[in-house]
Design a protein around this ligand. Sequence first.
Ligand SMILES: C[S@@+](CC[C@H](N)C(=O)[O-])C[C@H]1O[C@@H](n2cnc3c(N)ncnc32)[C@H](O)[C@@H]1O
Length: 264
Amino acid sequence: MRDAPWDAELLLRHVLGWSRADVIARGAEPLAAAAAERLAALVARRAARVPLQHLTGGQAFWRHEFAVSPAVLIPRPETELLVERALDLLAPTAAATVVDVGTGSGCIALSIAAERAQARVIGIDLSAVALDMARLNARRLALEPRVEWREGDLLGPVVDLTGQLDLVVSNPPYVDAGDPLEPEVRDHEPALALFPPGEGLSVYRRLWPQAAAALRPGGWALVEVGAGQAGEVAALAAAAGLDEVATFADLQGIPRVVQARRPR
Ligand SMILES: C[S@@+](CC[C@H](N)C(=O)[O-])C[C@H]1O[C@@H](n2cnc3c(N)ncnc32)[C@H](O)[C@@H]1O
């Protein structure tokens, strides 16, 4: 594991409730026996490739800490680009309706809701247990009244809002079944969050036409894509009748977000 010393420090901090500064100032103090035992157990599970976030129970994303479990994808730093783009498209005071498709932990929906007080935000997921985790995060962040959760397939649960959405945002499953994955991901993250049915672009093929119908004229859609998928996903957006198609690269320079607009 590449970051073993860092993981060990985070587990130590988790066990002791310490900050980074505590580790620097008090790192030479002997560990109490109970804490040492707890730390050893966590280190053993981490060495067996259990994700660090399943041991500490959380992951920082955008401006908040999100509770995670094996029911949801662990939020990834590159997904913050979707939030950044969404906030760029949503005027701070606009009363926009925003839908997050495949909300998982709720990290995207809740990050947008926290920054856009006037927005109505709806998070959708096919997984009821994922929505339970999103609800827990909403409660922890005191955003409960601001976000609505709906269970179902893609934009099906918001059919009542057809033609009215200002923004559709989604980080859908896009991993190809043949792609090599780290054991932490392969053995511990939900297959429903990783693998689309059939081939890697199958969700985009269904999502873009649904978004074209669900958005108001002039409304925007933003999706995250896997490395190497942006060109084809952008072409699928145009084929669905969306325009102003653009791609945005993540901090590693990988085209990561495709943005498109329903013509006015
Ligand atoms: C890649 S994860 C993204 C989770 C979260 N939005 C994030 O960015 O960390 C994809 C999510 O989509 C959900 N999902 C998969 N297929 C779906 C479908 N057809 N309709 C709705 N949600 C779906 C999964 O349960 C999972 O929570």
